[in-house]
Design a protein around this ligand. Sequence first.
Ligand code: SF4
Length: 437
Amino acid sequence: MSKLFHIVTYGCQMNVHESEKIAGLLSELGYDSCDDIEKSDIVVFNTCCIRENAENHAYGNIGMLKKLKAANRDMIIAVGGCLTQQMNKAENLHEKFPYVDIIFGTHNLSKLKDYILEKRASKKPIIRIEEKEGEIVEGEKPLRTSYPNAWVNIMYGCNNFCSYCIVPYVRGRERSRRSENIIAEVKSLVAEGYREITLLGQNVNSYGNGTDDITFPELLEKIASIDGKFRIRFMTSHPKDFSEELARVMAGSDKICHCLHLPVQSGSDSILRAMNRRYTSADYLKKVEILKKYIPDCEITTDLIVGFPGETEEDFRATCDLVRKVNFSSAFTFVYSRRDGTKAATMPDQIPEEVSKRRIMELVDLVNAQTREHSARFVGEITEILCEDYDAKRGLYLGRNEYGRMGYFASDTDERGNFVNIKVTQANGVSLYGDKV
Ligand code: SF4
């Protein structure tokens, strides 16, 4: 009987793809993926520390494995990702959960295979955190789980040091993959039948900086010239680096989705300054104007933080005003989460929880109203859905249109991986319902 692994993933798409890479490594060792944690021979926690609740969630789940490990001493428990990479966290984790067998960081994920082999030969726990980001590892064979979409890293790390964000401390400085390697990977994914390629990086707009390689718009253009019907998405874009050239390239290709995630975080200039975002609300609105000039139908999504240290009622109003002006297609709204080690953690005027709660509720209402309005524009229209899955409970297929709206429809044939036109009859939140045409 083959050995089994189970991976628990926290956090963003970047981590989802890293879990696919971990799955690839485990499969090279002969393990098969398993949904049942209790039957697994290896359990890997791929953690996130961007927000406090993701960190607490991971601790809770690792704690719950104590009994399982006591009943099955051969089970290997490994914990890696952003959380363990934080200063002193690996040691704390080992003290708190001594039954964890392997603790690794973000910079040595590709060595997990060696650590597992080492662990099999010895009883000693393995704690390996590398301080510095190393060379980019090419030739990884992720076990992809999100067909018809494939995630493709184009760069790693971040140089921006937004004052609230832990990422530069746990993911290291910006490094870009060589464009020829990215293009070769996308070509082979398209040839394998993937219908959507999502390019990943903490700040894709600064792709290639500090190298003799091409820029991000040039990379996009080259990827868009690859033969075949497929969509291209990318995330995340930093507004300060969003260029007119990028808008022009997006407008010039029918493969690049007319949908852009452009995190603004706040509409108040003094808060943006304190966040070290290096743009003003006017700069942001200008970028939106440029984007709309080239792509009038472009849907813009964003991230918003309320309750950043020192945020006054006036600052919060400025955020609501900006949200009204841009009219976002949808937004991820967060209450500021204090992260030790960041500049903002030491700032005075941390905002009381009840104030942040009131602000986030107001903001969520505003954003939800815009989301509904954007979805309503599709009712009566025909929109193309890339079918991702089948929802057995509802008896409906589902997938997204190029604007990121989830579309549901019925069909007699298996539509997964197909582009399907639906006539939208109803909209609900970010979801559209329609009939196949
Ligand atoms: S751009 Fe700012 S928010 Fe984004 S990863 Fe870098 S430091 Fe964090």
